[in-house]
Design a protein around this ligand. Structure first.
Ligand code: NAI
Length: 255
């Protein structure tokens, strides 16, 4: 039986990923701030260290899969918190569990990014380099000073995608696949919170994917399950958009 750590396992996409992996016969170690095998706060360095230590104990230091879903949307209480969970809550789990993955069987890791990471100009945000340079205090301060939750969200998702791609050479040589799935709008509590927020609700309702609907958590989880499986054994360092065509709509000639 393979063992996979899933963060954000209590809700939305993470819950759907955990359920589908379990139904396919895999053992899942869920991490979340509530209702999980390992209850931890991934917004703090201490919480992440505790999560990594507990996960290593639960898998006896040998891991076959890691799927990082835990994340916050633009309605989070601060921009710094978005950066802390979405970037550092993923990158530090990847770094902390890398050696355990290297000991696993045909190991694969996957991070949930977002179609928002492809928005024009996001790559130029100063907070992005601070995240990639692992300066958490400065990245959070920069995000809070900018006070633009959507930019903090998109910036955190762009940075985590670059983080994953920068690791492709090293992790490829260690035999660990690492990929990103970038969803468009998916019907989860995170999206619902944005829809209910007067700052974002109308814009989200007006930004409809070419398929004319939002995705479901199960639709994302099916792609994640495939990418984590041996059937996707040659997929590595890539970004897969699962977005009903939103990326094609907004970035027609860039891919
Ligand atoms: P969700 O709100 O249903 O689930 C997120 C999970 O992350 C929750 O269980 C929550 O408790 C956990 N989490 C948040 N902060 C945490 C912390 N400090 N420590 C530990 N766990 C924490 O949201 P959803 O939509 O399932 O989001 C999953 C991922 O998908 C996120 O990374 C999100 O950015 C991404 N995403 C979601 C989209 C959508 O439209 N729903 C679109 C694109 C990306």
């Amino acid at each position: 039986m393979t063992v996979t750590v899933v963060t954000g396992s209590a809700s939305g996409i993470g819950a759907a990923v955990a359920k589908q992996l379990q139904q396919a016969g895999h053992r899942v170690i869920g991490i979340d701030r509530r209702d999980a095998d390992i209850v931890a706060d991934l917004s703090t360095a201490e919480g992440r260290d505790a999560a990594v230590a507990a996960a290593l104990k639960a898998c006896n230091g040998v891991l076959d899969g890691l799927v990082c879903c835990a994340g916050l949307g633009p309605t989070a209480s601060s921009c710094g918190l978005i950066v802390a969970v979405n970037y550092f809550g993923m990158s530090e789990l990847v770094d902390g569990l890398g050696d355990a993955l290297a000991r696993g069987g045909k190991p694969a890791a996957l991070l949930i990014g977002s179609v928002a990471s492809a928005h024009p100009g996001i790559d130029k945000l100063p907070m992005v380099e601070l995240m990639l340079g692992r300066d958490e205090a400065a990245a959070k301060a920069q995000a809070d000073a900018m006070a633009n939750p959507q930019a903090a969200y998109a910036g955190s998702k762009y940075a985590i995608t670059v983080f994953a791609r920068r690791k492709a050479v090293e992790w490829g040589s260690r035999g660990i696949r690492l990929n990103v799935v970038a969803p468009g709008a998916v019907e989860t509590p995170l999206l619902q919170a944005s829809l209910s927020d007067p700052r974002y609700g109308e814009a989200i309702r007006n930004f409809v994917s070419p398929l004319g609907r939002n995705g479901s958590p199960d639709e994302i989880a099916k792609v994640v399950g495939f990418m984590q499986s041996e059937q996707a054994g040659f997929m590595h360092g890539t970004v897969v958009f699962v977005d009903g065509g939103m990326d094609a709509l907004t970035r027609l000639e860039r891919f």
